[in-house]
Design a protein around this ligand. Sequence first.
Ligand code: IPE
Ligand code: IPE
Ligand code: MG
Length: 261
Amino acid sequence: MLKKIFETKNCEQPVPKQLIESNINPQFIPQHIALIMDGNGRWAKEQGKPRTYGHYAGAERLKEIVRIADNIGVKALSAYAFSTENWKRPASEVNFIMKLLDRYLTNEIDTFQKNNVCVRFMGSRDGLPKNVQEKMDNAVQKTKDNTGIILNLAINYGGQTEILEAVKRIAAEVKNGLLSIDEINLNCFESHLYTKDLPPLDLLIRTGGDRRISNFMLWQIAYAEIWNTEIYWPDFSSEFFLQAIRDFQKRDRRFGGLNTK
Ligand code: IPE
Ligand code: IPE
Ligand code: MG
């Protein structure tokens, strides 16, 4: 319902308290935010706990961030849950993450429904356990008509694979005479990516201190603003999320042009 507030110019409803207190302008909320939720393992290790405990705490944290993002009017949140490279980790850790995904997608469905959250996925199905794939299908099916925030979970996702898959599909369409080479432009290419129905990416947040992209949304980050923090993902509270948005609102996004501020 807050999204409606932002869409209506002469609204009578008050601007959410969280936004006033955080000094955030409701007119310039990033539409699409990507999260590289990193630092779960280090967070756990610092407390003398197994890495898996960090993943558990990280999944809990995501629930809070989805809620606040929806409350302030973000339209889409793309969250990196498992990369195509994360299979390199010990089987015990990978298995734990898969179990966690299964549980998250089972337990959160009612909350998604209650909060009008539409769940989507990006990544490759290959190699994912059957039960996880079933829960993914179920989540998409159950929430497909929800009109609130889109929670786009990146599972077995790699930006390079996403681009390769798009290239292969475009090549097949050309080969079958459905597309001519002249028709391959930016819009056409984007319509073959996992993110085809999502708004352009405005802001990429990486927690955990590393300053790299780790194969996330390589195409989509072209003009996204980047916000890094040393904070480990399980410690990334709503206050930090609002801090990132406040900082985003100070940026001068020139898109190759001249100053807009
Ligand atoms: C991110 O946290 C979660 C996944 C990659 C699944 P990490 O597990 O990478 O935590 P660190 O970076 O080792 O602390
Ligand atoms: C990126 O974190 C992947 C996820 C957050 C799911 P990683 O921990 O896998 O990235 P690297 O290995 O530090 O680049
Ligand atoms: Mg990491």
